[in-house]
Structure formats: C-alpha cells, structure tokens
Design a protein around this ligand. Structure first.
Ligand code: SF4
Ligand code: SF4
Length: 216
C-alpha cells in the first residue's frame, strides 16, 4: 500500500522550537565560553603560545633537523664515501669526493663531503640510506647565514656542532646503536613548567658530550 506523502515545514518547526529565552541565552553562552577561555589564558592554565626563543617546543626524537656526521673513536668521520646518501637524496644536495683510507680495513673516506642546506628538504632519506650510521639528524632548526657559501656545510661543520647541546639529536633510525657509539646517556628531564615546551637549560643538559672538534 502506498504511504501518504508527509510534508515537513521547517519554518513551522523552527517557530515552535524557538523562544525568546533561547534567543537571549545563546549569545550569552557564547560570551561565557569566550570569557572562560580568556581567564584560562590569563591564569596560565592553557598557553597556546610560548616565549620563543627562551622557551621552545619539545620536538620528537625523530625530528629531521640539520645533519650530523658521526665520528670514529679517533675523531675521523665514520663515513666510507659509498655515495648511498647522495644517490638517495631527492634534492641532489650532497656532494662527496672520496679518498683512499690509510687503514687497509677501510676502503675509502670522504676528502670532501658537503650538504647544501638551502637545497635540502630534510626528508631523512640520506640517513635511511647510510649503511654506517655515519650521517644522522639533529633537532636543530635555526639555520641562518650571512652568505650563500655559509649554507653549504662541509665535513668540519657537519661534525663540529656546538649548537647540538642546545638542540639535541634528531632522526636516527638505529638510535640504540648510534647512541651507544656517541656514548649518549639521556639525562633525566627536569620538570617542565609548561606542557609541550622545554627550556634551553634542559636541552643543554641532555647531550653535552656529542659535540667535539675532530681537529683536536
Ligand atoms: S635530508 Fe633529504 S634532501 Fe636533505 S640531504 Fe638528506 S636526502 Fe638530501
Ligand atoms: S651513505 Fe653514509 S657512509 Fe655512505 S657516503 Fe653517505 S654518509 Fe658516507
């Protein structure tokens, strides 16, 4: 049997369900919510903003920041100039020149290893491709320079990283192995004053020992 058609008049429903009290209360409810948020901000209960650079976000351990070339125990680069990273690099920003290593157990080493930091897209493919854990990433984000030349980082710049104590290690797929080679012992974190933030002092205490000067 065919059911009779039902006509729904939304204007009638709206008229039935709307009242003077509701129309008056709705803006007040909105203003109440705004006021509550404002008081939470003023009291410090929620703080979506931070006082950068004194306070910074606590980035993930997998953050892909500026690169680090890791070192052997004698301070020389762990890199064996195999070109895996340069081949994997989608930005074509790694340049390597190999040399014969004096140690017969190590075939090659880089006499020149450069990363063009302005071309790099910080994808981490080079880190994934490296068979020696010779290149890893840090959580350093603030890369600034006065000239174009300064944005091309060579071996020394990639190894001697005084700013690491501030920013910390970033993406390194084989973290356990890399950290053991770097004698990485994460220190107990201080109590944070704000969620999702970390102080410079805290970061400075995290990895003071991965900075070194290969020339010394
Ligand atoms: S992070 Fe990506 S773009 Fe940058 S050097 Fe490595 S592979 Fe190339
Ligand atoms: S993949 Fe690793 S070992 Fe090979 S050239 Fe790049 S940094 Fe050196």
């Amino acid at each position: 049997m065919k059911r009779p058609a039902i006509t729904i008049n939304v204007s009638d429903i709206a008229e039935r369900e709307t009242s003077f009290a509701k129309e008056m209360f709705a803006p007040l409810a909105g203003m109440g919510l705004t006021f509550t948020r404002m008081m939470q901000n003023v009291s410090g209960k929620i703080r979506p903003t931070i006082s950068y650079p004194e306070e910074r976000r606590s980035y993930s351990e997998r953050y892909r920041g500026a690169h680090i070339l890791t070192a052997r125990e004698d301070g020389s680069p762990r890199c064996v100039a195999c070109y895996m990273c340069a081949t994997a690099c989608p930005a074509d920003c790694i340049y390597i020149e190999p040399g014969e290593h004096p140690d017969p157990h190590i075939e090659k080493y880089p006499t020149r290893f450069e990363i063009d930091m302005l071309r790099c897209v910080f994808c981490g493919f080079c880190v994934d491709a490296c068979p020696e854990e010779a290149i890893i990433m840090s959580r350093e984000t603030e890369i600034c320079a006065f000239s174009r030349d300064e944005t091309i980082w060579g071996i020394e710049r990639l190894m001697r990283r005084p700013e690491l104590a501030e920013f910390g290690l970033g993406y390194r797929p084989n973290a356990e192995l890399v950290d053991s080679r770097l004698a990485f012992v994460p220190k107990e974190k201080l109590i944070m004053s704000m969620p999702n933030s970390i102080t410079l002092k805290e970061k400075a205490e995290m990895i003071p020992h991965v900075t070194f000067d290969p020339r010394k």
